[in-house]
Design a binder for this molecule. Structure first.
Ligand code: MG
Ligand code: MG
Length: 281
């Protein structure tokens, strides 16, 4: 017996399509900025979701998480030991909570996907701040590595190296979940791991758009799914952080589609010049 295999077709985007993805990315960046401001003790995760959905729809876009394989909301909101895919609801955010917000939208059929972690009020510890910051920096180091990489697998190697250089193995990657191609669908080939694997992956080519999304746990990252069949939590009960950007690989260079500035500042800090922003901003 031999399994039925499916060719992994990568979608390479035109300049026009990347412009629509940038529109979808810039909008979700604005949504994340507003949601991050609203993350304060006392707000419910459902209120954050409503804020995001209203903003996306008011701008003529469509939330892409809502209805995705039955997911009931615009955002995933994952608090503390929840790593990803938390469902917004009546939970009230408390002082010091680590709140990972993941969201995306569709403009003219083209998707964005991005995640931001915010600590509500006063951080419970310096370590919580470090956890989010190491995750965020590893995402940017992975993105910057795309500029000189030949294969997609080099991105995960850069993410892994970034985390290891910062904290050794104290923070663990959530395995079994990772980044992905993005375009006319939210999730497309290829997979983008957050660490080295035996598979170097496909070659990076112009028009490829990838979501890069490290997820780190402050300790053992073995996970389980809650009975809601979505929320992924650390079995160790340790706290987690999640950051994500969608990035276009183009002839002119990298465009971080879901960053307000197209990635200019964080890439420059890593010696990489971002491509001109298709929005012209
Ligand atoms: Mg996401
Ligand atoms: Mg994603």
């Amino acid at each position: 017996m031999s399994p039925r295999l499916r060719r992994e077709r990568i979608e390479y985007k035109s300049g026009e399509q990347i412009l629509d993805m940038r529109r979808a990315g810039h909008l979700i960046a604005q949504v994340h900025a507003e949601v991050a401001k609203a993350i304060k003790p006392g707000i419910t995760t459902k209120e954050l979701d409503t804020l995001a959905e209203t903003m996306i729809r008011d701008n003529g876009a469509i939330p892409n998480f809502k209805g995705y394989q039955g997911f009931p909301a615009t955002l995933c909101v994952s608090v503390n030991e929840e790593i990803v895919h938390g469902i917004p609801g009546s939970r009230v955010i408390e002082d010091g909570d680590i709140v990972s917000v993941d969201g995306g939208c569709i403009v003219n059929g083209w998707h964005s996907d991005s995640a931001v972690t915010t600590i509500a009020g006063n951080p419970r510890s310096e370590r919580d701040v470090l956890l989010s910051e190491v995750t965020r920096r590893s995402m940017w180091d992975g993105i910057a590595a795309m500029a000189s990489a030949t294969y997609v697998g080099e991105i995960g190697a850069a993410v892994e190296d970034s985390v290891f250089a910062a904290v050794g193995e104290e923070f663990q990657h959530l395995e079994d979940f990772g980044g992905h191609g993005i375009g006319s669908a939210m999730h497309q080939p290829p997979s983008v791991m957050n660490f080295r694997t035996h598979d170097r992956g496909p070659k990076l080519k112009n028009g490829m758009c990838l979501a890069i999304e490290p997820m780190l746990v402050d300790g053992d990252a073995a996970w389980e799914m809650l009975p809601d069949e979505w929320t992924i939590v650390a079995r160790s009960g340790k706290r987690a952080a999640h950051w994500e950007h969608s990035v276009a690989y183009t002839k002119a260079g990298l465009i971080v589609l879901t960053a307000l500035d197209g990635g200019r500042e964080e890439l420059a800090a890593r010696g990489v010049q971002a491509a001109p922003d298709p929005l012209g901003s």
